[in-house]
Design a protein around this ligand. Sequence first.
Ligand code: ZN
Length: 103
Amino acid sequence: MTVYGIDTSKILHRDSDYLKYIKTMRPCPHCGGPSDPHHVGRGGMGIKGSDYVIANICRKLHILCTGPYYGEKRVQDDFGLDFQQMAIENLISYIMYLKCKIS
Ligand SMILES: [Zn+2]
């Protein structure tokens, strides 16, 4: 997608600061271990999804999501997780974190 000549799929949806925040501040809700940020869904045509649509799950669950036997849906069903809800909660948490840093 191009907005004012900027390819938003490559630029606006990449945010290493946000991924670092998820890794350090948002543990996996299943086991409490550190997160290995999981991009929810797919961006299409092999493009990774937005860095702002992230489920904070550990490496073990991340591997299950991307591997051939489980996948995103089964991980959510079996472990009682809702990745879309998690993505929204992560963004709200990050906005609050940034506001605290500024003020
Ligand atoms: Zn975990």
